[in-house]
Structures are given as C-alpha cells and as structure tokens.
Design a protein around this ligand. Structure first.
Ligand code: FMN
Length: 185
C-alpha cells in the first residue's frame, strides 16, 4: 500500500470502546461535522442529518433503559446479559459525544458522511465507534421517547450512532479478508 497521511489514518483507525472522561473541543466537533458534510452524495442530494448528543443525562438514561430491556429478555443468552450488567455500562462506552446519523430515503450517502467523520476524527487523534446495536432498542416501543428527544427531522430514519471522544485504549487491528475482489482487465 502507498504510504501517505490518509492511508496511515485509514490503517490506524480502530473502533474505540473506552474513552477518557473529557469532552472534545467545539473546534474538533465543528471540524468533524464540516468533514462529514463535504462527503459526496448522489446528485448532491445531501439527504443526511446529524444529531449531536453531548448530554450525559441522555446517554445515561438511554443506557439504563436499554440495559433494563436486555435484562428482561428471557431469550437472550446470559453472556450478553453479563456484558450489560457490568458497572459503568454505557451504550456509548463512556464517550462524551455521540453523533446520531439519519437519512431520508436511501442511506448510501449518509454512510459516506459517517465515514468522513470517522476518518477525520482519527486524523484529530479522536476515537470513534459505530453503534448500530442500539437501533433495535431505539426503533422499538421503549425507544420512541428517546428518538423524539433526538429531534430527527420528519421523514428521516435513524441509522446508527457514532461515539466520539479521546481514546483510552489501543486495540489490536481486527483481521481483514483482502481476497474479496476480482478483476476484469
Ligand atoms: C454499521 C456498523 C454498526 C456497528 N455497531 C456496533 C455496535 O453496536 N457495537 C460495537 O461494539 N461495535 C459496532 N460496530 C463496530 C464493528 O464491530 C467494527 O467496525 C468491526 O469489528 C471492525 O473493527 P474495527 O472498526 O476496529 O476495524 C459497528 C460497525 C458498523 C460499521
């Protein structure tokens, strides 16, 4: 692989699930948003929306409600319940910021916006992790109030959250399959 600033950032990014208890700066936040909005979109439709959550109260209440639902679910294996029972459990892994991404119609463009944000965060020394697991809760009956609080615009569908914060871990890279390609040339 050619080595340059961007390829290094791509190689070094990891999903971060442990954060320092320190908020990102407003300049960092605005940089992430601007990088996201610079993403390409079909016909320049920009059919995406970002909800910035920096309310610890919201994240704590969401984590508690999600945990309550998981622990009450008789179908779920104990190993999953144990993970949710750990003290300090947070849907955001302790990150002080979560960006909830939503899209109107196709979600393709919003995914480009999201990955622009994730790579820009890495370039600023910030950690991120997509959180899709919480969507099952948010889209269910118990999640309705939280979705309302998020203020997602009419006609948009929530896709996932992105946790953002100062990393407090350095995970090993996860294995990748580099054979998922064929060539016609
Ligand atoms: C759409 C999407 C949803 C994800 N949801 C979760 C999640 O709910 N919880 C979690 O811990 N990681 C989640 N991840 C992170 C993946 O587990 C991670 O990207 C993958 O294991 C590869 O590891 P890496 O990002 O460190 O390279 C999600 C990733 C994507 C792209």
């Amino acid at each position: 692989m050619i080595d340059n600033e961007l390829t290094r950032i791509i190689k070094e990014r990891r999903s971060i699930r442990k954060y320092r208890n320190e908020q990102i700066t407003e300049e960092q936040l605005q940089t992430l948003l601007e990088c996201g909005f610079l993403a390409p979109s079909g016909g320049n439709s920009q059919n995406w929306h970002v909800t910035v959550v920096q309310s610890k109260d919201f994240i704590d209440r969401l984590s508690a409600a999600n945990r309550e639902q998981v622990l009450a679910d008789k179908e779920l294996p104990q190993a999953i319940k144990d993970r949710f029972s750990q003290s300090g459990y947070s849907v955001a892994f302790g990150a002080p910021t979560v960006l909830f991404i939503s899209a109107k119609g196709s979600d393709v463009n919003a995914c480009f916006l999201a990955e622009h944000i994730v790579l820009a965060a890495e370039s600023l020394g910030l950690g991120t992790c997509y959180i899709g697991g919480i969507m099952g809760f948010l889209k269910g009956e118990d999640g309705k109030g939280f979705v309302e609080e998020l203020g997602v615009p009419e006609g948009y569908e929530l896709l996932y959250g992105i946790t953002v914060g100062i990393p407090d871990e350095r995970p090993e890279p996860k294995p990748r399959d580099y054979t998922k390609v064929n060539y016609l040339r």
